[in-house]
Design a protein around this ligand. Structure first.
Ligand code: PEP
Length: 261
């Protein structure tokens, strides 16, 4: 059975000391958890300190973005080597806030994914449609386009190290959540795309997370769906009790959910 992965995206919140304080409470609340994978993605400035705080745990560290070059004259950017050096295993790429606010294209995201893989970082690649696109019944087309252009040229070995995250833009930070059925519909579509390209075995191994206003009150229902392999959690990952509860719900799901392979 695939372990569920719960990743907390702290976005542009938490100073170093606030982050360490938060992670220490999360550690205490989750010290017995072994049945699901956990990743904490703080801002760049807190990566090293959080890495240190996570040292005696199974929780992993992730970054929220990176540039697609190893080093060079790219003022303000951060490289995969630097993320590895800070202790990261994961890096979130193609988040809708990067796409919308910083005009990141599928082409750039693809280059970032390829570079992350080259340096042995697992990219958590976000795809998802806006409300207008969903209302115009274009959700599947939009997600397929992002999938094709961001991941299209990866081989089976590379895609195996990718985590996908379906994050409908209309559900991010809005309090609106996709219903478990809506989420499952898109996740099974993504699984089908993976299957067509890489075959059953590889497609079955890839984790597809759901993100968009996941909270303790809706996480168990979402995670019960067969093609949901975890969650990318924004707002609720900033509060220790909510994050602990979401992870605890996911672990219970792993214990009882025999339908997931
Ligand atoms: C996110 O930023 O990836 C996210 C899903 O945010 P929220 O949980 O706050 O909707």
């Amino acid at each position: 059975m695939k372990k569920l992965l719960i990743a907390g995206n702290w976005k542009m919140f938490k100073t170093i000391s606030e982050g360490v304080q938060l992670v220490n409470i999360i550690k205490a609340g989750l010290h017995r958890i072994t049945t699901c994978d956990i990743a904490i993605c703080p801002p760049f400035t807190a990566l090293s300190a959080i890495n240190e705080a996570l040292r005696d745990t199974k929780m992993e560290l992730g970054a929220q973005d990176m540039y697609c070059e190893t080093e060079g004259a790219f003022t303000g950017e951060i490289s995969p080597l630097m993320l590895k050096d800070a202790g990261c295993r994961y890096v979130i790429l193609g988040h809708s806030e990067r796409r919308q606010l910083f005009h990141e294209t599928n082409e750039l995201i693809h280059r970032k994914i390829a570079t992350a893989l080259k340096y042995n970082l697992s990219p958590i690649v976000c795809v998802g449609e806006t409300l207008e696109q969903r209302e115009a019944r274009q959700a599947f087309e939009v997600v397929k386009n992002q999938f094709d252009h961001c991941l299209g040229s990866l081989n089976a070995d590379e895609i195996d190290r990718v985590v996908l995250a379906y994050e409908p833009v209309w559900a991010i930070g809005t309090g609106k959540t996709a219903t478990p059925e809506q989420a499952e519909q898109m996740h099974s579509y993504l699984r089908r795309l993976l299957n067509e390209k890489y075959g059953n075995l590889v497609a079955g191994r890839i984790k597809i997370l759901y993100g968009g206003s996941v909270k303790p009150s809706n996480s168990a229902q979402l995670m019960s769906k067969p093609n949901l392999n975890g969650a990318l959690v924004g707002g609720a990952s900033l509060k220790a009790e909510s994050f602990i509860q979401i992870v605890t719900n996911a672990c219970e799901q792993t214990f009882s959910g025999s339908s997931k392979s």
